[in-house]
Design a binder for this molecule. Structure first.
Ligand code: CP3
Length: 363
């Protein structure tokens, strides 16, 4: 399969100049799209994930409808927990429910960490192969997994959480149990991503969606080593990795230390401020507030331009939201943002692409 080396998304990951700024959206396939809702009316989320033809079709829906520069595998971060021995379902309106939460040392001991994802998650790998075939090299395919901390928070809390009390209690009261659990999750996540890459995923994103619940010091002591074990796994060095978290402005440098070719940032801090914290030697992804997609069109445009001005045409910016698209989002607004980013950067890039970072941030 001939891959155009000119993929603007892969060029941006490598901090090389591209014709325009690449854009894709976290959670770009989902309930905000009528095509997705039509399939979801007939199948549950897990049924879609487990049928590669359906999962591949859903992966392609935003590619066909939006004109984005990357596809993201349709799956869920919780899938690799199933072969570890976690029983879960998605309850309408309340999100994931873990039926056997992990609270004690004995609960952690019985979790499997030799899950052999090629077999136990064969349906995900088959989806990767089907999507690659259908994309035929037009745009790259992103594989993904949940980061060890975010997965730990679901299995300890039993579902979504506000204050992560049980998760932090395990850290503080039973650090050995915590470290055993994180070690197992890191191994499974690394194996799972390595299998996605071996099956054809061209980029791997690690979602640490809830890392922002942690202080700088707790992130460094209890989480960073495990995210690093995943992101620095030798089986992932052949592809760019995107390390994403929300609420992590206070420890962006620690996220960078954990690894990632690209650091994904949320909307709370200005993009140029975040990039200065990270330093000029790493690519950045973000960072429009997902709720801004529900604003009037001229307000959306103002905010999109603001982010692009903060990136000042520097190579290594991938436009995205600061978190996933919400179900209430009008599809037309999402499409409009793709066009805004492409059109705006096609006309402004020549002015800035020869500037050094130091010059550019002074603009
Ligand atoms: O195009 C895509 O990006 C979609 C593929 C995708 C899904 N989940 C499918 C899904 C991706 C990348 C995810 C990641 C995911 N899953 C994360 C990390 C990203 C983030 O939003 O922080 C997290 C935390 C989860 C766990 C999860 N899955 C929750 C909290 C929920 C319920 C909340 C919700 O949005 O409904 C899910 C369900 C889920 N996963 C849906 C989809 C399309 C919606 C469920 C449905 O269709 O009924």
């Amino acid at each position: 399969m001939a891959e155009p080396v000119t993929s603007r998304f892969l060029r941006a990951c490598a901090m090389q100049p591209a014709d325009v700024t690449p854009i894709w959206f976290m959670r770009q396939a989902g309930r905000y799209m009528p095509e997705y809702r039509a399939i979801r009316a007939r199948y549950t989320l897990l049924e879609i994930c487990r049928q590669p033809e359906l999962a591949a079709e859903v992966t392609m829906q935003p590619v066909k409808s939006l004109g984005v520069d990357a596809a993201i595998l349709f799956a869920d971060i919780l899938l690799p927990l199933i072969p570890m021995g976690i029983r879960l379902h998605f309850a309408e309106g309340e999100g994931p429910v873990i039926e056997n939460p992990v609270r004690t040392e004995a609960d952690v001991v019985v979790l499997r960490d030799d899950v052999a994802p090629m077999e136990s998650l064969a349906y995900v790998m088959e989806t990767v192969r089907l999507v690659r075939r259908e994309l035929a090299g037009r745009i790259p395919l992103i594989g993904f997994a949940g980061a060890p901390f975010t997965l730990a928070s679901y299995i300890i809390e039993g579902g979504s959480s506000r204050n992560y009390v049980k998760t932090k209690q395990m850290m503080y009261h039973a650090p050995d149990t915590w470290h055993m659990l994180m070690g197992k999750l890191a191994r499974v996540v690394a194996d799972y991503l390595a299998c996605q890459v071996a099956s054809g995923a061209q980029v791997a994103q690690l979602f640490d969606s809830w890392a922002g619940a942690l202080s700088h010091d707790d992130y460094t002591a209890y989480v960073l080593p495990y995210s690093r074990a995943v992101l620095c796994d030798p089986r992932l060095t052949s592809v760019p990795t995107i390390h994403f978290a929300t609420g992590a402005s206070a420890f962006l440098q620690q996220m960078k230390a954990a690894g990632g070719t690209v650091i994904g940032v949320d909307w709370r801090a200005p993009l140029d401020w975040a990039w200065r914290q990270l330093g000029a030697d790493v690519a950045i992804q973000g960072n429009l507030d997902p709720v801004a997609l529900l604003a009037p069109r001229d307000e959306i445009e103002k905010r999109v331009r603001r982010i692009l001005q903060q990136a000042v045409g520097r190579p290594g910016h991938i436009f995205n939201l600061g978190h996933g698209i919400l179900p209430e989002t009008p599809v037309d607004n999402v499409r409009a943002v793709v066009d805004m980013v492409h059109e705006y950067t096609a006309t402004t890039r020549d002015l800035t692409q020869n500037l050094t970072f130091k010059e550019a941030i002074q603009l």
